[in-house]
Design a protein around this ligand. Structure first.
Ligand code: GLA
Length: 334
């Protein structure tokens, strides 16, 4: 029997580096994504990719995220370990997502593989399994935004995710707006990046002032270490911006939404220090382009894409992203 799973990537409109302290994020699942097409049977997971070299083989009786060759097989092995399929599969991975560009190519891969392996859990369970798999495969303590956006996407909508309750509220994307991702030309990987260090700073801030999700800017005055205080200031102000952004979208106030995106970029650049000169220059260029309401880096930073909120047809060369439904599998699992 054949099974085909598709998992979308995501673009995060606002709410960056807030998920791992239980804050707010506003991603949307996008039409670019990853397809895993398999034949069921046998006692191993065997996958080849249209984009990268090598054959990934994971015998079901020796599951583990240990040393897997080729490198992209580590994530597959960790997903197999999470899902523990009763029967093997053999097939192909292909993607329309740019890899390592901040549009969640790895979350889309993990989710598509989980579904192809027959994971029939609720959306949140699948997302959690894939998040754990990614953390184990990469050692990066990533939050849940990417995996949850990929499974819980709603066509035509962005998602306001409360990363404390993990409630996902769809927010209609106005017709008169277009979301464009533009690559900075700088590839990035979170492995070995300062992601873990930033997460650690946030947790240190929380040890001093309690959950950042509930902190106000004035609460942060008691943080003695200036760098930690700045990191926390980004998170607290970004949570506020995410909520205000959703209000602006709902009110159709695209100018206000755009200003919030620009403020988010400045905060990521100055307080959280995850931008790069290439991203700053790109965001500046985009912000000065006619028809652009606002622009910011999207995803973890350290390279990858910027996202712009624009009038449809604005002269922004990039991927015009359509919001789509979350990951699915054919034939349906239940
Ligand atoms: C990466 C992580 C997410 C999130 C973003 C930053 O994409 O996987 O969990 O932390 O960075 O907002």
């Amino acid at each position: 029997m054949m099974r085909t799973a598709f998992a979308p990537g995501r673009v995060n409109l606002i709410g960056e580096h807030t998920d791992y302290t239980g804050g707010y994020v506003v991603p949307m699942a996008v039409h670019l994504g990853t397809t895993v097409e398999v034949e069921l049977g046998g006692d191993e997971v065997c996958l080849v990719s249209n984009e990268v070299d090598g054959v990934v083989r994971i015998p079901l009786d020796r599951i583990g995220a240990g040393s897997v060759d080729p490198g992209w097989g580590r994530l597959i092995a960790a997903v197999v370990d999470e899902v523990r399929p009763a029967v093997g599969v053999s097939g192909t991975v292909s993607t329309t997502l740019p890899i390592g560009a901040g549009l969640s190519s790895s979350a889309a891969l993990a989710v598509a593989v989980a579904l192809a392996l027959g994971d029939d859990g609720a959306a949140l369970e699948v997302a959690r399994r894939c998040q754990r798999a990614e953390q184990r495969a990469t050692g990066v303590p990533c939050g849940i935004m990417d995996q949850l956006a990929s499974v819980a996407g709603v066509a035509g909508h962005a998602l306001l995710i409360d990363c404390s309750s993990l409630v996902v509220a769809p927010v209609p994307l106005p017709d008169e707006v277009s979301v464009v991702a533009v690559h900075s030309g700088q590839a990035r990987t979170l492995v070995g990046s300062e992601y873990a260090e930033r997460a650690d700073s946030c947790h240190r801030a929380e040890a001093m002032v309690g959950p950042l999700r509930h902190a106000s800017l004035s609460d942060l005055a008691s943080i003695t270490e200036p760098t930690v205080r700045r990191r926390a200031r980004h998170v607290v102000s970004e949570n506020e911006r995410a909520v205000q952004f959703v209000d602006a979208l709902r009110a159709g106030d695209l100018t206000a939404a755009g200003h919030l995106m620009s403020a988010s970029h400045r905060s990521l650049r100055d307080d959280f220090a995850v931008s790069t000169p290439a991203l700053d220059q790109l965001v500046e260029q985009l912000s000065a382009t006619a028809g652009v309401y606002g622009a910011r880096l999207t995803g973890a930073g350290f390279g990858g894409c910027a996202v712009a909120l624009c009038e449809p047809g604005a002269p922004v060369p990039g991927w015009v992203l359509r919001p789509v439904a979350g990951a699915g599998v054919h034939p349906p699992l239940r």
